[in-house]
Design a protein. Structure first.
Length: 276
């Protein structure tokens, strides 16, 4: 192997290396090695690599892997190797098919790690919010269903009061008929004179019964009317509440769907960040 060519390749790269960061739109460090150690190191403030010139390669270091494999290597380097975590892009330098060194560019992964943590936290928060929204939605739906059942019961109660009113109408008719019967009995008793004295007592009792029945029927009618009024009020409020709950449930379902879409988008971002 012509070692003069090896030196020429490495020396030429050393001359060009300071300009490499100018072609990249983010801070990077540049390092060049031969087969035994670093011969050039230009760190940036964001990636202050601890690469001593002439020092042998550390175990599990990127240059050592590239020189041994002879292949381009891209990997995340942990902080334990050079004192700071970074992502390295390294290619072998070859002459006549033999590896004579390595060119390595390192970029910071601190921002990427921060973004990963932020995305992870966001995903967790989105998940928690989605769970809360689902719980609230279920609660609103249950309340809406219960309210709808109450509305149906109010309707049934109104039907019962209508039947009571019909029965009360029959009682009023009977009361009126009884009153007429009592009046006729009083007239006939008066015509009978002394002979109809006992019949007159019965006639008065019939009339008194009719009056009492009429008064009781009127009081019952007033009570039924009051019940109907209150049931109608409750029914209207129940219907309004049911409609409100239905609208809330629909809105919460939309929110839940939006949260699911947001969660999917967060997962897409997470996958994209992993590829950086």
């Amino acid at each position: 192997m012509d070692t003069s060519n090896e030196k020429t390749i490495i020396q030429n790269l050393i001359q060009v290396a300071p300009y490499i960061p100018l072609f990249i739109d983010e801070p990077v460090s540049v390092a060049i090695t031969n087969t035994t150690g670093f011969v050039f190191n230009q760190p940036c403030p964001e990636i202050p690599l601890k690469c001593e010139l002439g020092a042998p390669f550390l175990p599990d270091s990127t240059p050592l892997m590239v020189i041994q494999s002879g292949c381009r290597t891209v990997r995340e380097v942990p902080a334990k190797v050079y004192g700071i975590p970074f992502k390295s892009y390294a290619i072998p330098l070859k002459e006549d098919g033999e590896v004579v060194g390595c060119l390595m560019i390192a970029k910071s992964i601190e921002m990427i790690n921060n973004v990963k943590e932020a995305i992870s936290s966001l995903a967790e928060e989105v998940g928690q919010v989605a769970v809360s929204v689902n719980e609230v939605t279920e609660g609103v739906q249950m309340t809406s269903e219960s309210n709808a059942m109450m509305h149906e019961l109010m309707g049934s109660l109104l039907e019962e009061t209508e039947r009571m009113n019909k029965i009360l109408g029959v009682i009023n008719k009977l009361s009126n008929s009884t009153k007429i019967l009592g009046l006729n009995a009083s007239i006939e008793a008066g015509r009978a004179g002394a002979a109809g004295k006992g019949f007159s007592v019965v006639a008065r009792e019939i009339e008194r019964l009719s009056n009492n029945t009429t008064d009781s029927a009127k009081e019952i009618g007033n009570m039924i009317g009051g019940i109907e009024g209150k049931v109608n009020d409750i029914g209207e409020k129940s219907k309004e509440t049911t409609d409100s709950f239905t609208q809330q449930a629909a809105a919460l379902e939309e929110i839940s769907a939006t949260m699911e879409n947001l969660n999917e988008n967060v997962k897409v971002i997470e996958e994209y960040i992993k590829q950086l």
